[in-house]
Design a protein around this ligand. Structure first.
Ligand code: ZN
Length: 107
C-alpha cells in the first residue's frame, strides 16, 4: 500500500525528528522538509510497506542514485561522493579540514 501525501508529510516530520532534517546518505540539510524524499533503506521490492524502521529521508539525487540497491552497496558509494565533494571544497580553499582532523572526526 502506498502512503498518501498527508501520511508522507507526517512520516517526513517523524523521520526528521529521529535522524535530523538532512539526507541520510550525503548529510546535506533540507531547508524545507517538503524537498526531502522518503527512501526505503531496504528496497521496496524486497521489503514492501512503509514501516518507519525501514525509511530514511534522502535528497532527490541520492534517492535516484540509490534506486533499488541495498544500503550495504549504496552507502559506501555515497560516502565516496561526499569525500570527493570535501576534497574539491579543500582544493577551492573553502572549508579547511586536515586529513588528521578527518580521522579524528571519523574515530
Ligand atoms: Zn543526499
Amino acid at each position: 500500500m502506498a502512503a498518501n501525501s498527508q501520511q508522507k508529510a507526517r512520516l517526513r516530520r517523524s523521520l526528521a525528528a529521529r535522524d535530523g532534517q538532512q539526507c541520510f546518505y550525503c548529510k546535506s540539510g533540507f531547508v524545507d522538509l517538503a524537498d526531502a524524499t522518503i527512501d526505503h533503506l531496504i528496497p521496496k521490492s524486497i521489503l514492501p510497506g512503509w514501516r518507519q524502521y525501514n525509511l530514511v529521508l534522502a535528497c532527490r539525487p541520492c534517492n535516484n542514485a540509490k534506486a533499488d540497491t541495498l544500503p550495504q552497496v549504496f552507502i559506501p558509494r555515497a560516502e565516496a561522493v561526499q569525500t570527493r565533494r570535501e576534497a574539491s571544497r579543500r582544493r577551492t580553499g573553502l572549508g579547511r579540514t586536515s586529513p588528521r582532523g578527518r580521522l579524528a572526526l571519523a574515530a
